[in-house]
Ligand binder design. Structure first.
Ligand code: COA
Length: 159
């Protein structure tokens, strides 16, 4: 059984993330999508909401979605998994991703990081740009699934 963990903040999950997750699910027997609490990023959506949305937009049966707090390598090791997957978009991702992979490898040498190139159409997509467009009442329909838009609409109407 080849298993992998794909971790991120997913604030919100975009078509770019979904593309990486679904392609990974064709390569690995099981993919665990690990949704980070990530207090440093002060996420707009709660951890529970980000987990719920991620579950709603994922269809393959070999994908599970779980929240995690603390170190990613600890979560991965607890699951007895040895692969962390990351999506690589533009060259600008490389420095940060290389740093993350190297630090994680120092912390847990038994865990390897593998990269999946992001789809061309999401090469410059990011969750923070989606949030920025949304804050300025722009149309985010081509970046995120309808379930995400529905959640943002309900947040807006509760203001
Ligand atoms: N398509 C579109 N966008 C993508 C993408 C893709 N394929 N892949 C990544 N992105 C975007 C995300 O939307 C995000 O955008 P944002 O910064 O504007 O929100 C950005 O690229 C990177 O985010 P993401 O992939 O979600 O990762 P992250 O940097 O938010 O989270 C963790 C990284 C959670 C894996 C990392 O912080 C972590 O491991 N945290 C746990 C604590 C820990 O172990 N720390 C020690 C690390 S050595």
């Amino acid at each position: 059984m080849m298993k992998a963990v794909y971790a991120g903040t997913f604030d919100p999950i975009t078509y770019g993330h979904i593309d990486v997750i679904e392609r990974a699910a064709k390569i690995f027997d099981e993919v665990v999508v690990a949704v980070a609490e990530n207090k440093q990023k002060s996420p707009l959506l709660t951890l529970e909401k980000r987990v719920e949305l991620t579950r709603q937009v994922i269809s393959a049966t070999n994908i599970t979605v779980e929240p995690f707090t603390g170190l990613l390598v600890d979560f991965v090791a607890e699951k007895n998994i040895s692969v962390i997957l990351r999506g690589l978009r533009a060259v600008s991702d490389f420095d940060y991703e290389f740093q993350l992979a190297s630090m994680n490898h120092k912390l847990a040498p038994q865990i390897e990081t593998l990269f999946i190139p992001a789809a061309e159409r999401s090469a410059f997509l990011s969750s923070s740009l989606v949030r920025e467009i949304l804050a300025m009442k722009g149309d985010i329909a081509c970046f995120v699934p309808p379930q995400v838009i529905k959640v943002f609409d309900s947040l807006d109407s509760n203001k």
